[in-house]
Design a protein around this ligand. Structure first.
Ligand SMILES: [Fe+2]
Ligand SMILES: [Fe+2]
Length: 164
């Protein structure tokens, strides 16, 4: 098993193209779960999924898992911003579809597995569960990361140094 630092380095290499894109970087401005922002949250969810997969030698396509996880909250607006006209409850139900639309626009080759991970990550709030193992991992680690953020723990933590 690689060191945490080795895992983080490999993960950041895999995630590099998306997390350094202009649209993705905009998510740093969008507040998420009291502490942190949507950028850090998405990177954290993707890293937790990646780490799980490597640790448990999960039979999933790691590239698809990381891409689906990175884009699961790609809704691209600030829910808490002054000009937001979406309530938190409505957002909970609608943002997976919005994220999927934006993700397909930016990455038209998105696979069915990646689409499943994005569309179904809010289960059980949204009633249809994921159909893929990747989808379940994103759904699970999204909740873990959200809980950490509510309590101000590990916010934005993937890196030890400023890797991204
Ligand atoms: Fe979400
Ligand atoms: Fe999320």
């Amino acid at each position: 098993m690689k060191s945490e630092e080795g895992l983080e380095k490999d993960f950041l290499e895999m995630a590099g193209e998306i997390i350094s894109s202009d649209e993705f970087i905009k998510m740093k401005k969008y507040k998420q779960h009291i502490h942190g922002n949507t950028y850090d949250h998405s990177v954290r969810v993707a890293y937790l999924c990646y780490r799980h997969c490597i640790k448990h030698k999960s039979k999933v396509n790691v590239g698809e898992l990381v891409r689906g996880a990175l884009l699961h909250d790609y809704f691209l607006y600030d829910l808490h911003g002054e000009d937001s006209n979406v309530s938190g409850i409505v957002h909970g139900y609608t943002h997976p579809s919005r994220a999927l639309e934006n993700a397909i626009r930016a990455y038209p080759d998105l696979s069915p597995t990646e689409r499943d991970a994005i569309r179904r990550h809010m289960f059980p709030l949204t009633p249809i569960p994921p159909r893929t193992r990747c989808g379940w991992l994103v759904c699970y680690y999204d909740k873990i990361a959200a809980l950490e953020e509510y309590f101000g723990k590990n916010v934005g933590r993937v890196k030890k140094k400023n890797c991204y």
